[in-house]
Design a binder for this molecule. Structure first.
Ligand code: ATP
Ligand code: MG
Length: 287
């Protein structure tokens, strides 16, 4: 059933929408993400707190990277630097040839809409729009596809993640797993080269989490680059690289061969994997 995802990419092609003046080169480098000496200091009433202490991270095109570490170590802060949701206090963030740290707020929103699909733990679908309208939103915002194609593309994406039947329902009337699949369809709407997910399975049961994880694996096979913050030891063992953060610093970055060993040491004890072989289109409980 996963094979139904094949051909999900749109016609726009990667890189066609980069903003003028911020594109280092039209030929995208294999280093699709480069975080250079990034420091992030929060200024609060209780004083300053430095959540990232000079992070350097390079992600190659096509990698599936898990970011792990204890609560409060800086995982979300790092993801937010890469997605442009927040800005570094110092240092540089380059994503697919764009110097994200130099973009204005308005530029960042457009850039993110085209270059990055962002997936959150609590889905963040707009509650008053149907599932399909949520998936159409990025296309409406960035004008990436002609208006007549947007509805068709949204339905195509929903069909591929097994949600065609609930396309016209409101998010509140489908299950959490279905909401996350809809959020992934929305993240894919503009065919971005990168997906960034902050604990995407953190609020889901293990069988549904497995479906989401298999979907991510399929997307990596199709050419996407994925960064995924996770607390799930089983998932972190099955990516191409594990980046371990502690106290605002990357303390390990291990590729496939070593990642199982690293995950073993840095995450809670292994629970037997469940749902192996589940298809994407397994019915997820909804109303
Ligand atoms: N807006 C903020 N103002 C002040 N401190 C913040 C802010 N956001 C995060 N922090 C602090 O920065 C540190 C890193 O936070 P972050 O959310 O990145 O951690 P995390 O690794 O994602 O944790 P979790 O696994 O619990 O999601 C924490 O100590 C947090 O309290
Ligand atoms: Mg977090």
């Amino acid at each position: 059933m996963l094979s139904r995802l094949k051909g999900f990419q749109g016609q726009n092609g990667h890189g066609r929408f980069r903003l003028n003046g911020h594109c280092a080169t039209s030929a995208a480098t294999d280093h699709i993400i480069q975080v250079r000496q990034v420091v992030k200091t929060y200024h609060g009433s209780a004083g300053d707190f430095t959540a990232l202490k000079g992070i350097n991270l390079t992600v190659n095109r096509g990698e599936f990277v898990a970011i792990i570490g204890k609560s409060g170590c800086g995982k979300s802060t790092l993801i937010n630097m890469i997605t442009g949701i927040d800005r570094p206090s110092s240092g540089e963030v380059w994503v697919n040839g764009t110097a994200v740290h130099t973009l204005s707020e308005g530029e960042i929103a457009q850039w993110r809409g085209r270059e990055l699909g962002v997936i959150f733990q609590f889905f963040q679908l707009l509650p008053t729009l149907t599932v399909m309208q949520n998936v159409m939103l990025p296309m409406d915002f960035c004008h990436t596809y002609p208006i007549p194609q947007r509805r068709e593309r949204a339905m195509h994406l929903l069909d591929m993640v097994g949600l065609a039947d609930v396309a016209h329902k409101l998010p509140s009337s489908v299950s959490g797993g279905q909401q996350q699949l809809a959020a992934i369809a929305r993240a894919l709407a503009n065919d971005p080269p990168i997906l960034a997910a902050d604990e995407p399975t953190g609020n889901l049961d293990s069988a549904t989490a497995e479906i989401i994880f298999q979907l991510f694996n399929q997307l990596v096979d199709e050419g996407k680059t994925i960064l995924m913050v996770t607390h799930d030891p089983d998932k972190a063992r099955r990516v191409t690289r594990v980046v371990t953060i502690a106290d605002g610093e990357i303390i390990k970055s291990n590729s496939t061969a070593e990642s199982a060993e690293v995950a073993e040491k840095n995450l809670p004890s292994h629970s037997p994997s469940r749902g192996e072989g589940n298809g994407l289109l397994l019915p997820l409980g909804g109303d």
